[in-house]
Write a protein that binds this ligand. Structure first.
Ligand SMILES: Cc1cc2nc3c(=O)[nH]c(=O)nc-3n(C[C@H](O)[C@H](O)[C@H](O)COP(=O)(O)O)c2cc1C
Length: 315
């Protein structure tokens, strides 16, 4: 099949994340994909400064890129990544979540906010899919935010996640190679990615384990108690990743299931329409702040106390 698949990892060289990713990518290559693979550890990625100049320009209908574009390798990688039909991310779990090397890379993607750029005509729409692999030394228990953390970084570039794999109990260098079932599952991810690419975008669906996670919408395994949102919307229980709202109900087998209520996907973060609700929130909250000159004056006065106060640092 004539298509492009890229693998992005942030694990140790010649270790679990790289091997799992290569197994998945080999399945893609065998099915005819043109494959690229990088390890983020080989590149220089500077942290997002939080300047938001990218989104400020976008809200004025302009694409100015990122102020760091010429300072590191992010743009070079994104130019290739955004031209792919599919990307498989394979990231080690550090402190329950994706490691910082990956997060620094992903959190530099604001200037690539695809829905925004498509709206202002700066880029053409492209349907992309993603497969996510998280590898850690422990079971799910000590990787509780690993896949969910990866999922959360897919929204900005509008990647549709069709499969996820949590590689558990592989703390040692390359230890995954002793687990045949795990390696076979990584290969299956490659096959699933190719199957999804061959499916028309509007018909693409989740290809991982049907019963994976709590959330029937995004398959995350993380729920939070709902709180009243900025516009008054309230759900008793929310999916931590996609924001689906509903409640827990007995599943008839002595356990609980998360049931999404009728309007529970109003703010589904996996869709462009759902994320647009968040842009509305930003418009009201941040826009409201800047629109009133009195706010700036008050902040200017009140911040003096903090500007003058200095604590001892570390030399
Ligand atoms: C700083 C650090 C923190 C870690 N934290 C966790 C953790 O919270 N949960 C876990 O399951 N494994 C944890 N690990 C283990 C790694 O996830 C594990 O060794 C994994 O296989 C690394 O992938 P790699 O071999 O591709 O580098 C941690 C490792 C390091 C170095």
């Amino acid at each position: 099949m004539n298509c492009k698949v890229m693998g992005i990892t942030a694990g140790r060289k010649n270790s679990n994340c790289e091997f799992l990713l290569k197994e998945a990518l080999m399945a893609c290559e065998e099915a005819g994909a043109e494959v690229t693979m990088i390890n983020l550890r080989d590149y220089n990625i500077v942290d997002c400064t939080g300047c938001t100049s990218c989104t400020k320009s976008m809200s004025e209908g302009k694409y100015t890129g990122c102020i760091l574009d010429k300072k590191d390798d992010k743009k070079k990688i994104m130019d290739v990544m955004l031209a792919q039909d599919a990307v498989i991310f394979s990231v080690p779990t550090y402190d329950l979540m994706p490691c910082a090397t990956y997060l620094s890379f992903a959190q530099r993607s604001l200037s690539y906010e695809t829905a925004f750029l498509e709206t202002i005509g700066a880029i053409e729409h492209k349907d992309r899919i993603a497969g996510l692999i998280a590898a850690g030394g422990s079971t799910r228990s000590w990787q509780s935010m690993a896949l969910e953390g990866l999922q959360a970084t897919m929204f900005t570039t509008d990647m549709k996640v069709v499969d996820m794999l949590l590689a558990t109990r592989v703390p040692g260098n390359g230890q995954c190679l002793l687990d045949d079932a795990l390696m076979a599952r990584a290969r299956k991810m490659g096959e699933n990615i190719m199957k999804s690419i061959a499916t028309p975008p509007e018909e693409r669906t989740w290809l991982g384990e049907e019963d994976m996670g709590w959330c029937p919408n995004c398959h995350s395994n993380a729920l939070v108690l709902g709180e009243v949102q900025w516009d008054g919307l309230y759900y008793p229980v929310e999916c931590q990743v996609c924001g689906a709202g509903g409640n827990l109900e007995p599943d008839g087998k002595g356990r609980w299931k998360f049931v999404i209520q009728k309007d529970g996907l109003l703010k589904d973060r996996t869709t462009v329409e759902g994320r647009a609700k968040h842009l509305e929130e930003i418009g009201r909250t941040q826009g409201g702040f800047f629109a009133n000159p009195e706010n700036m004056k008050l902040v200017g006065e009140r911040k003096q106390k903090y500007l003058q106060k200095k604590f001892r640092g570390i030399d």
